[in-house]
Design a protein around this ligand. Sequence first.
Ligand code: 13P
Length: 285
Amino acid sequence: MELVTLRDLLPRAKREHYAVGAFNFNGYEDAVGIQMGAEQAAAPVILMASQGACQYIGLYETVGIVKGIAKHSKVPVCLHLDHATDYDFIKEAIKAGFSSVMVDASAREYETNIRESKAIADFARNYNCSVEAELGKVGGKEDNIVVEDRTAAFTVPSDVPRYVEETGIDALAVAFGSVHGFYKSEPKLDFDRLDAILKLTDCPIVLHGGTGIPIADIQKCIDMGLAKVNVGTELKAAFSGTLRKLCAELPAGEFDPRKFLKPVKGAVAAIVKEKLEAFGAAGKA
Ligand code: 13P
């Protein structure tokens, strides 16, 4: 199968009240694990690489890995660039074959955010690549982007319609209480704010910082109309936790990398399957 875009996935999810899971990967094993989990759930899936992950893996290598995965996949796969702030890099990623990108101009003021996000959306249209942007500022640490609690800012619902209209984006990340990374205290989502946003726009809405939010809260957002849920940190923890355990358990003479890394795929797949079932996406492939 060819890679699909957010346009292929999210409007249907919104209509049918489930969310598409979007999962961060940093290399081959977790990328494969994500697709395995999606196939086990028979759900479409979004594989996300941050700018940092692309630089670590190599941009063309990232595209090559995921196109290879998609080729044999029984479920639709989207390759999405997550939280990119370097516009030249975003354009390079689009040209390299990403089927979706997130332009993160959330640190800019409103008019500049509109102008810069629109420029990327205009560029991407020529490549059949979808675009997500962010309005408001999700707090926490996502790769090399750190948003301190005092600078995080919830999305103002009345800012949304003009933003969506003028940028021409395909999905909008909003800030209403979720945080990237593990939570320092109990997450408190502002459901009324999300509801107000959802009533003001048809644009599919994205929840960032899916790690650590109680599933019941995520399901409440999905029932309200949320269409994409991002999960990253939880998979990183499963990856490194599995490796740590194997390093302790495998005999000292074991040197085959596959003995260490194959279980990583399984650990990632198990989490992804569970999430996709909880998001109502199972069977939607
Ligand atoms: P978490 O790492 O908190 O799950 O957030 C992932 C994310 O939102 C990626 O954009």
